[in-house]
Design a protein around this ligand. Sequence first.
Ligand code: NAD
Length: 277
Amino acid sequence: MTERRAAVVTGGASGIGLATVTRLVTGGWRVVLADYNAASGEAAAAGFGDDVRFVRTDVAREADVETAVGACVEAFGHVDCVVNNAGVGGAFGRLTDIEVDDWDYTFAVLVRGVFLGIKHGARAMRGRGGSIVNLGSIAGLAAGAGPQAYSAAKAAVINLGRTAATELGPERIRVNTVCPGLVVTPLVGDGVGAAEVMAGAQPWPDLGRPEDVAEVIAFLAGDASRFVTGEAITVDGGLTAAGPRMQEAYGGDPGKRGLVGVNRGTTGEGATVRRAE
Ligand SMILES: NC(=O)c1ccc[n+]([C@@H]2O[C@H](COP(=O)([O-])OP(=O)(O)OC[C@H]3O[C@@H](n4cnc5c(N)ncnc54)[C@H](O)[C@@H]3O)[C@@H](O)[C@H]2O)c1
């Protein structure tokens, strides 16, 4: 019989984390669901039976993360994957008004939490190898997709993923970061209004679901991605690919007006324009 894989999923009680636990269990994994929220964590874990253990965890606390990783070794014999998913919206408001404690809380959950998951996950994977998957965000790639502290923290997570992959690659421990766009979860509200907001920005017509992100996390967790490390993968329905939409300011897309042709710039040769068939 092939050995069953085991993972620690932080923030596994809700949203993307819960979808990830569900996807991994469906794929034959056993999971330690590590979450701050004991009520939702226990309730979620109970639905999976023996394949999932809940461990109450604050990812900002080193002892808690060490305990969660240790619980996975104790219950399932080893750790093959850590999904550093736990997250909060964190500090918001103008930079000139934000309290240092709120800024530090944001970074403690989003960055220190990922560091600790990498540190203790990689220690448990020594000699065996494994995969670490961090939750970044498109907010970590540019401004405009999240509050300042959140965005800066997610940028740190993306870079930490690359440096960790470089350090841990020789030990066959892969580290990748998944950067979702807008995914309808409790973190972003109930989705009311999301469709209208995204319609003008996201090329893909459907809103992102936690399952869409969980599928990519599961791919990165398992051997199918064995040569992928140090990567930051956007899962955003083409939101970032669509770019700054400057074309609208420069007269719009001729294609949308049924025009096709070639602009020869300042060569002295004129443009060719015709109506598309
Ligand atoms: N939903 C989105 O649109 C979106 C987009 C980009 C990135 N993300 C990222 O995906 C991850 C999951 O987000 P979600 O939308 O599923 O959120 P969610 O609020 O549905 O779930 C987050 C979970 O993390 C837990 N958590 C919070 N602080 C914790 C802590 N200190 N220790 C342990 N657990 C803690 C919560 O209790 C909750 O169960 C986050 O890192 C978030 O930043 C989400």
